[in-house]
Design a protein around this ligand. Sequence first.
Ligand SMILES: Nc1ncnc2c1ncn2[C@@H]1O[C@H](COP(=O)(O)OP(=O)(O)OP(=O)(O)O)[C@@H](O)[C@H]1O
Length: 256
Amino acid sequence: MIAIENISKRFKTTGGASHLALSGIELSVSEGEFVSIIGPSGCGKSTLLYIVGGFVEASEGVVRVDGVPVSGPGPDRGPVFQEFALFAWKTVLQNVAYGVRLKGRSRAEAEARAFELLRMVGLERFASFYPKELSGGMKQRVAIARTLAYDPGILLMDEPFGALDARTRSHLQRDLLRIWEEDRKTVLFVTHGVDEAVFLSDRVVVMGAGPGRIVDIVTIELERPRERAELVLDRRYQEYVARIEGMIDAVEAGAA
Ligand SMILES: Nc1ncnc2c1ncn2[C@@H]1O[C@H](COP(=O)(O)OP(=O)(O)OP(=O)(O)O)[C@@H](O)[C@H]1O
């Protein structure tokens, strides 16, 4: 569904020099697949996601979604980033309904669907609240519901749970998996958390820096549905985490 073909990205830096952030990235993601991208800070994970989203233009290469080259953002790719980017002046319900209205629905239809989505993320009781009245975890749930509202086939998630405390993060991971298991969107998920990547993903893409490149792709052969409490005790899960942590350590030490 997503074909990333030989993507490179060079940024101009101040003073006229340039910085090669990504080089020769090749990756195919199937419909309904959950793929995480992990790697040291600055290796270009966000840049790659933004290129797929059409927010940043590649210097070389092409990204195709269903065979069509990406030339800008589109409703087929829903971004969920770390900054919640909710409308401060709209209620929770209106924020989510906004996403539904992008699909050309009437206000009444949009609100009905928004309620359904709020139920899905466990926030129906907060429909009339404003973003400033919510915790970080709740805001991130609203942001996810708003993106789901226009039903993109692909979710592009850039450390969506990075700013949250460990407990809230683990609740949201579980909720995200539940939602994903219901309608199997294709997910590209950038994270710093190896455990999070292994828990959520079908495949984990490990990137290295200088320039940003793919070092390895690990297929996570753990059955679904996954339960965190069970999984952390599973030797295979522990081995995946240790193996990927080892790869990142090697990349950081310049050995990979
Ligand atoms: N708009 C920009 N202009 C110039 N350089 C940029 C720009 N955006 C990113 N870069 C550079 O590209 C490289 C990759 O950045 P990117 O944010 O994609 O990395 P990352 O792996 O997501 O990092 P982190 O894990 O810290 O979020 C970095 O060296 C960064 O300084």
